[in-house]
Ligand binder design. Structure first.
Ligand code: SAM
Length: 244
């Protein structure tokens, strides 16, 4: 069965994802900066697993610095964009569920495993995140790192504070409305597009898990991982975890 997250990307977000973040060049340069801050571009890093790779911003930077990248995503539209972004590079697209580890574990050990850009919060439950951290830990090569990036959503927002404009151009406006529950935030994206004679409107809702860094660190410790670095970048927690 298709999940609300998958439907959301198919019907609304995939075709507008790169636009939403300011265009390809901006996305590529942000990805390079993030990977650099994690020390992942310094030298060739063997085989890197990029989970929820999206359009391949991180995959491109890693492949250009000498790594082979296995790019896992369940969106065919975004994997098609990745094929263009990473054309000519050693990037292997794999259309699969992140939770279906058997699909990619066969290619381990990995010198790095990435779950960046808030992808972790897209998973269906805390139990799934816990299981995956444990399994990913066992897929790391010696000295390898698990890099996680997620928005904590620590504070509930109400009323007009829960309505945000993501990006607005002359012909396209994207906004979102947030609804907070203890374990999840429900995000309704609303896009208005001018087609030359009228505004067209798209709406779609999907859930994100409200992950806490302390909880992630505890789950990682149970899986034999220690925190190598921990920072907040653009409102998101960015952690590198290695085997202790
Ligand atoms: C927020 S985007 C992040 C993309 C990229 N990592 C970045 O930082 O720009 C989340 C990505 O994960 C993918 N995704 C979400 N849930 C997934 C799942 N359960 N299995 C596979 N891919 C998933 C989406 O299709 C999307 O490409």
């Amino acid at each position: 069965m298709t999940s609300p997250v998958e439907t959301h990307y198919k019907t609304l977000l995939a075709s507008r994802y790169t636009w939403m973040y300011g265009g390809l060049e901006k996305c590529l340069s942000a990805a390079r900066e993030l990977l650099d801050s994690l020390g992942l571009l310094a030298s060739s890093h063997g085989v890197v697993l990029d989970l929820g790779s999206g359009p391949g911003y991180h995959a491109k930077a890693l492949a250009e610095s000498g790594s082979r990248v296995i790019a896992v995503d369940n969106s065919p539209e975004l994997l098609q964009e990745l094929a263009q972004v990473c054309s000519g590079l050693d990037v292997v697209p794999l259309q699969a569920e992140i939770s279906d580890t058997a699909r990619y574990a066969v290619r381990s050990p990995f010198s790095a495993i990435l779950c960046l850009g808030d992808t972790l919060t897209h998973l269906d439950s805390f139990a799934t995140v816990e299981r995956l951290i444990d399994e990913w830990s066992r897929m790391l090569a010696s000295g390898g790192a698990l890099a996680l990036e997620f928005r904590e959503q620590a504070r509930d927002l109400y009323g007009q504070d829960a309505v945000l404009t993501t990006r607005a151009d002359r012909d396209r406006i994207m906004q979102c409305v947030l609804h907070f529950e203890p374990e999840r935030v429900w995000i309704t994206d609303i896009v208005h597009e001018w087609n030359g004679s009228q505004w067209q409107v798209w709406k779609s809702t999907y859930p994100k898990l409200r992950l806490k860094a302390e909880w992630i660190v505890a789950r990682a410790a149970a899986a034999g991982l220690v925190v190598k670095s921990d920072a907040v970048r653009a409102g998101r927690r960015v952690m590198a975890l290695t085997r202790g």
